[in-house]
Write a protein that binds this ligand. Structure first.
Ligand SMILES: N[C@@H](CCC(=O)N[C@@H](CS)C(=O)NCC(=O)O)C(=O)O
Length: 207
């Protein structure tokens, strides 16, 4: 056992961000992984005593309280390794906003997945699913129009968050074709997706 335990789901894009940071910062061996899954319909296998919200990732620590959510864990691991994945000064606020944009894409994409997978057919709302997808479309358009300068700059949390979000769109919502109006973003994603930390953490295709 190590001093850090990561409650982990193999297809969770939130967990994937944490795993990418562990790979990038050489901390993989410092963390014991416990695989678990859950949904809002069944949280029984989730680490509820550490995170009452019943979500993963959670990082349990021998020398302090457990950490969640993924943004907190990513920042903690970066600080622990002194990796510099977050810029200092004024640039930090832009990058945290980029991270928040990617997180919002993930939240909308996961809700779409839950809406279609968890609800009985007669109770599903196409209007909600389409409204969620519209959020993602607007976010992709903004990434294409305004954020390519950041994304093609120094590697850090912004690239990790956006890369994980786009990877999840491919995993769960590939037929929607997010690339069609975002050629620069699509080209950038191809490059980042070939990075060893992204290859090593790619979700199982049948997950
Ligand atoms: N904001 C959280 C979201 C985490 C999250 O929603 N994780 C999903 C797995 S992809 C989960 O645990 N879902 C179970 C549930 O919502 O009950 C984070 O960034 O860690």
């Amino acid at each position: 056992m190590t001093d850090l335990t990561l409650y982990y789901g193999p297809t969770s894009p939130y967990v994937r961000k944490v795993m990418i940071i562990l790979h990038e910062t050489g901390q993989l061996e410092d963390v014991t992984r416990v695989t678990t899954t859950g949904t809002p319909l069944d949280s029984s296998r989730m680490p509820l005593s550490q995170n009452p919200l019943g979500k993963v990732p959670v990082l349990a620590r021998a020398d302090g309280p457990a950490l969640f959510d993924s943004r907190v864990i990513c920042r903690y691991l970066d600080a622990r390794a002194k990796a510099g994945l977050y810029p200092e000064g004024e640039a930090l606020w832009s990058i945290l906003t980029l991270e928040a944009l990617a997180e919002g894409m993930l939240d909308a994409a996961l809700q779409m997945t839950y809406e279609t997978r968890l609800r009985p057919e007669g109770m599903r709302s196409d209007a909600i699913v389409e409204g969620l997808w519209a959020k993602i479309e607007r976010a992709v358009a903004m990434l294409e129009a305004r954020w390519m300068g950041h994304l093609t700059g120094r590697f850090g949390i912004g690239q990790i968050a956006v890369g994980a979000a786009l990877g999840y769109l491919d995993l769960r919502h590939e037929p929607r074709g997010w690339r069609s109006d975002a050629p620069s973003l699509a080209t950038w994603f191809e490059g980042i997706n070939a990075r060893p930390s992204f290859v090593a953490t790619a979700p199982p295709a049948d997950g």
